[in-house]
Design a protein around this ligand. Structure first.
Ligand code: ASP
Length: 599
């Protein structure tokens, strides 16, 4: 054994013991006859003292030590001299008086210090990920991720779920992103697709009588990357037979409550998780993933302003668009600069602009307010009466700032919900000690895809309509609601799931509405449909982003912080320099010719 204890382990009660520790040299300080090093491993830091008089040889070696050298030190645990305690360290009352030291390995000077909260470029951090992961915060995140997985696995196993692996080399799955493909050497010109999720496989497992399945599944999606996306991510993927929506939601609520309680007992989890329909979420928050830790609900002013005489409002209302607003409480004093910033913010969310309306705190009430109490670019275009009606409908009072966005419904909803989140952040309305989960249910089964000029599956093609809506599939697909649900936490979508279609006629109708040709269906989904001909039990399930829940539990704002080896925003791994070219020989074996990069 190289060590008796880890570096963070010794305590005052170990005083007098002779122990051996091993780790990395975190820092060295020379004080003439005394040399100090902080020795570090995953568990913490331990101060080591080398005394020229009592251990001259060890002291000489210690004088040569550099940052990140790997050493083994033997010595006696002693109390630090009076006044030299470090209350910030669990080992801060003691030190190891070294008798022997062995240098196990040397290190180049690291590109950055092993300290938390340093400002290091992402590229550098990822290129030197082995150094980056030595930082305590990163180790803590890895450990937290491990704990989350353990708790989830425990829960699933004790509730009758079987952990089953599914292949990575397979075929396109129906999640709607671009596939990553792998060429087959033995079948020239043929390709595997990496799974975007194990969707069809888990459904086939249900047909196989597995009853309950789960897996921590790697999912590969070649998408344009956003802050919380990676080309590959991990899902806690599960599927259950003979269940209805409520059965699935019950599992989710228990599981996520337990996950938080066991890994972050300091957090409060309101229960039961509220359930909200998609329509209600959009109406109240403009978003299907609202942060429920604060109010600031979105009001709808379209009817009030449709005859206001103000051109922008009137034309938006006439073209079926929306005028919506939120109220920033107590923000009537915002300066021009502050509101200009918000205008920029909503523009970056796709809106044309933002209309602020300040209601002076000097007004005794909304009723008695005069034009002088209102500051807004629309105050001379809209009657005082209408302005007051708008304010009343939004719940604004003197001292408040109304923020109004007009435009096409979808654009307005995106912009106003982003603005709500932003104002929540600026005004610190959300309690960071609360994990506010919610189920959003009754999503529409289809959404209109402008690019294809046709219907697309809101979730994926196997999600079932609500039984009472099946009749609408022929007459009004846009009105069909699905047995589709999302789990949302503090404004973040954690995952989606559904009860699946097991009725062939319904499945064919759905394919038809989306515009899949029979050949397309056979090519992509033939295997699942064949399995369904042999007795598919009613079933449903969910795919939950593991990276995201760990990110939130770790209080990080990017999933890269909770993935050991993530890729950059440009889908590159700087440590391995991946992706990279392959040799001519490999290309020949694969019968592939690279025409022109990007061509
Ligand atoms: N496969 C789905 C997804 O990745 C989840 C599910 O429907 O179970 O979103």
């Amino acid at each position: 054994m190289y060590r008796d204890m880890t570096c963070g382990e010794p305590r005052r009660t170990d005083t007098g013991k002779t122990i051996t520790l091993a780790g990395w040299v975190h820092r060295r300080r020379d004080h003439g006859g005394l040399t100090f090093i902080d020795l570090r491993d995953f568990s913490g830091l331990m101060q080591i003292v080398f005394n020229e008089d009592s251990a001259p040889e060890a002291h000489t070696i210690a004088g040569d030590l550099r940052s990140e050298w790997v050493v083994q030190v033997k010595g006696v645990v002693q109390e630090r001299r009076a006044g030299a305690d470090n209350p910030d360290l669990p080992t801060g009352e003691i030190e190891l008086l070294a008798t022997d030291i062995t240098v196990l390995n040397r290190s180049e000077t690291p590109p950055f210090e092993i300290e938390d909260d340093q400002n290091i470029a992402d590229e550098t951090r990822l290129r030197y990920r082995f150094i980056d992961l030595r930082r305590p915060r990163m180790y803590k995140n890895l450990k937290l991720r491990h704990d989350v997985v353990q708790v989830a696995r425990d829960y699933m196993c004790s509730h009758g779920f079987l952990e089953i692996e599914t292949p990575i080399l397979l075929k396109s799955t129906p999640e709607g992103a671009r596939d990553y493909v792998v060429p087959s050497r033995v079948h020239p010109g043929s390709f595997y697709a990496l799974p975007q999720s194990p969707q069809q496989l888990k459904q086939i497992l249900m047909v196989s009588g597995v009853d309950r399945y789960f897996q921590f599944a790697h999912c590969f999606r070649d998408e344009d990357l956003r802050a919380d996306r990676q080309p590959e991510h991990t899902q806690l993927d599960f599927e259950m037979s003979f269940v209805e929506q409520d059965d699935v939601l019950e599992v989710l609520e228990e599981l996520y409550t337990k996950l938080v309680h066991e890994t972050r007992p300091d957090l409060e989890v309101p229960s039961p998780f509220p359930r909200m329909t998609y329509a209600e979420a959009i109406e109240r928050y403009g978003s299907d993933k609202p942060d429920l830790r604060f109010g600031m609900e979105v009001s709808r002013l379209t009817d009030i302003v449709s005859g206001s005489g103000f051109g922008v409002f009137e034309s938006v209302a006439a073209s079926g668009g929306a005028v919506r607003a939120i109220v920033a409480p107590g923000c009537a004093g915002y300066t021009r600069r502050q509101t200009d910033e918000l205008v920029e913010f909503v523009r970056s969310s796709g809106a044309q602009g933002l209309i602020p309306m300040h209601i002076s705190a000097d007004a005794a009430s909304l009723d008695t307010a005069t034009l002088d109490d209102i500051r807004s670019p629309i105050k001379n275009h809209v009657s005082l009466e209408t302005l007051k009606e708008m304010a009343a409908a939004s719940g604004a009072a003197p001292g408040d700032l109304m923020l109004i966005i007009a435009g096409p419904e979808r654009v307005v909803n995106v912009a106003i919900s982003n603005l709500r989140a932003e104002m929540g952040k600026r005004l610190e309305l959300a309690d960071p000690g609360v994990f506010s989960f919610a189920f959003v249910v009754d999503f529409p089964l289809f959404e209109w895809d402008d690019d294809r000029n046709g219907w697309a599956a809101m979730h994926h093609v196997f999600s079932a309509p609500r039984p009472q809506d099946v009749g609408l599939l022929d007459s009004d697909p846009g009105a069909v609601l699905g047995q589709l649900y999302d789990l949302v936490l503090n404004g973040v979508e954690l995952g989606s799931g559904s009860i699946r279609i097991v009725d062939r006629a319904v499945q064919e109708k759905v394919f038809g509405i989306i515009g899949h040709s029979p050949e397309d269906v056979e090519e992509r989904f033939g295997q699942l449909l064949r399995a369904f001909q042999y007795g598919a039990p009613p079933h449903g399930g969910m795919g939950l982003g593991l990276d995201r829940i760990v990110m939130l539990l770790a209080n990080e704002d990017n999933i890269r912080e909770v993935i050991a080896f993530p890729k950059t925003q440009a889908a590159v791994d700087p440590l391995f320099d991946a992706p990279g070219p392959i040799t001519q020989e490999q290309l020949r074996e694969l019968s592939i010719r690279v025409v022109e990069a990007g061509g």
